[in-house]
Ligand binder design. Structure first.
Ligand code: BDR
Ligand code: CA
Length: 309
């Protein structure tokens, strides 16, 4: 199975990404790193440990990384995820400890110890990965590829043209995209099709496990806030789509194209400029997700969840 590191900011959909990566048979989750994003770092590192505790995953180290973006002030998303980032269920006290290493140290150790290159899945502002590539560039060849949930080939969800993860730390995103490490963007244009329908809710509740019950309560809250904020009652479950790119590549169609990040726009900072038509005559530098096989995606998610406690 493919060794992966998951860098996240849980967050309801990040929890499902964690469970997907921990439970799917084709992935070997080696480390989890956390970043300030949906809510401040003190919550996201705690929530990652809650998610793994609920699922009975006790052998994956969890580290805390950047509390905020490289250059900007942190923007959070409590209106979607609640004050603690995991609105809805009563979270148990995590039994999974916080690793004493920083996220950069844990990622560096994981990359150095592996016998083959390791993939990084990032489902939050991509600050931690940028810090790793900035401070430990010699490790770049140890990274097989980076798959990131964020951006959009169309409009945004945090400003008219920026998706939340891109908006929070566009400088980090720009650094990662320019690093030369193979990069895949999984944006809103695709994640908005990963809808938590009533049928999906039923399948998760029917798991009969602690993970299924906790997940159902998370989705109850998440669908409610997505309905209030975006008029999307089947709240799109963004982050697991990035995991699907590696867990079951046939789920997600990608195209090789040019991706540039808007850093200076007065209204458009964090916009992801995707040059499908080659208008800029620049070299393609990224894979960009353009379509999701939705039934196959949910089958892969459910297959992983069914293997957890
Ligand atoms: C992204 O923003 C966060 O709120 C979600 O966890 C997801 O990573 C969607 O724009
Ligand atoms: Ca996230």
């Amino acid at each position: 199975s493919l060794p992966v590191i998951l860098d996240c900011d849980p967050g309801h959909d990040d929890v499902f990404a964690l469970w997907f990566a921990a439970g799917h048979p084709t992935l070997d989750l080696r480390a989890v790193t956390t970043v300030g994003g949906n809510v401040p770092l003190e919550f996201t590192q705690h929530n990652a440990r809650v998610a793994l505790t609920v699922a009975g995953v006790t052998d994956v180290p969890v580290a805390a990384g950047a509390s905020g973006p490289l250059e900007r002030a942190l923007q959070t998303a409590e209106w979607i995820h609640g004050a603690n980032g995991l609105g809805g269920p009563e979270p148990p006290e995590p039994t999974v400890p916080l690793d004493p290493r920083t996220a950069t140290e844990l990622m560096a150790d994981t990359l150095a110890e592996a016998s083959e290159p390791v993939a990084i899945i990032a489902t939050g502002p991509i600050t931690n990965v940028a810090v790793l590539l900035r401070d430990r560039p010699e490790l770049a060849p140890r990274i097989r590829e980076i798959v990131w949930m964020g951006g959009s080939t169309e409009r945004g969800n945090a400003t008219p043209y920026a998706e939340f993860n891109a908006l929070v730390d566009p400088e980090a995103l720009d650094l990662v995209v320019r690093s030369g490490v193979p990069f895949t963007m999984v944006g809103l244009n695709v994640t908005h099709t990963a809808l938590v329908t009533g049928a999906v809710r039923s399948r998760i509740a029917a798991l009969g496990s602690r993970t299924g019950a906790f997940g159902d309560e998370l989705l109850d809250f998440f669908c409610r806030t997505n309905d209030e904020v975006f008029g999307m009652p089947d709240g799109p479950l963004h982050d697991p789509v990035a995991v699907a790119v590696l867990a079951d590549p046939g789920c997600v169609e990608v195209v090789r194209t040019r991706l540039d990040i808007e850093l200076a726009g007065t209204e458009t900072a964090g916009a992801t400029s995707v040059d499908f038509d080659g208008m800029l005559r620049r070299e393609p530098n990224a894979n960009v997700a353009v379509a999701l096989d939705v039934p196959r995606f949910w089958d892969a998610v459910l297959e992983a969840l069914a293997r957890l406690g």
